[in-house]
Write a protein that binds this ligand. Structure first.
Ligand code: LAC
Length: 230
């Protein structure tokens, strides 16, 4: 069963959020804790705004979360410019090789992200991934955030396929839970060796880095059943 596409989460999966620490260190003492809180609040506001039915785009929520991190840790004047750093988050070292390997299989790569169309496009451009990613789908089209089913439906609608015909790759456990619930063939790239999520069904496959993705995709393509547990 040739997958119609391999759909990737963007921030945290292809792009390394910890790379924001370099810019943050110019404004605050504990850059690591600052960025971790910034990301945690960015996601918390995405979840909360969806549950409340009060959508704001990811750029707006990222700025609100940044302000929270500044209030929590302090930051030098001019910290607002840190919000623009999401347009140039560094790629993981395994990301471009994995996209190149996918290109060799002829299966298109797509991105499905909480990010706004503009910020996601800029981030892919900055990471030299624009050519490798055929299409970028943003939650902004449905004004709710992952793991709402309407987000994953953007991918099945775009490709005109059933969930079982797509592979979805994410490093975020909560995203893997949501995509699995929707019926996508999920590859969880457990980069941080985190425990398995205890909510919902486990992902079809777990890998440690994207270097392990090609054999998973090939196995999926050469079998009629979803990619087996890795
Ligand atoms: C994304 C991050 C928020 O959707 O996981 O790109």
């Amino acid at each position: 069963l040739k997958p119609a596409a391999v759909v990737f989460d963007l921030f945290g999966t292809l792009l390394e959020i910890a790379s924001l620490e370099t810019a943050a260190a110019r404004y605050t003492a504990d850059a690591s804790a600052f960025v971790a809180t910034w990301r945690e609040k960015q996601l918390a506001y995405a979840f909360a705004s969806t549950i409340m039915g009060r959508y704001e785009d990811f750029d707006a929520l990222t700025l609100r979360a940044l302000r929270y991190a500044v209030d929590r840790y302090g930051a030098a004047a001019g910290w607002e410019t840190l919000a623009d750093e999401w347009r140039c988050v560094q790629p993981y070292a395994d990301a471009l090789p994995a996209l190149a390997g996918l290109r060799a299989t002829g299966i298109p790569a797509a991105v499905l992200t909480n990010g706004t169309p503009a910020t996601s496009r800029a981030a892919l451009q900055s990471a030299a991934m624009s050519d490798a990613v055929a299409v970028t789908l943003s939650v902004d089209a449905v004004r709710v955030y992952k793991p709402d089913a309407r987000v994953y439906a953007l991918a099945t609608a775009h490709f005109g396929v059933r969930p079982s015909e797509l592979i979805f790759v994410t490093s975020n456990g909560w995203d893997a839970t949501g995509a699995t619930a929707f019926g996508l063939n999920v590859v969880w790239c457990n980069r941080l060796a985190a425990p398995a999520e205890t909510l919902g069904e486990p992902p079809a496959t777990t890998i440690a880095t994207l270097a392990e993705l090609a054999p998973v995709v090939t196995r999926f393509r050469d079998s009629s059943t979803p990619a087996p547990e890795h």
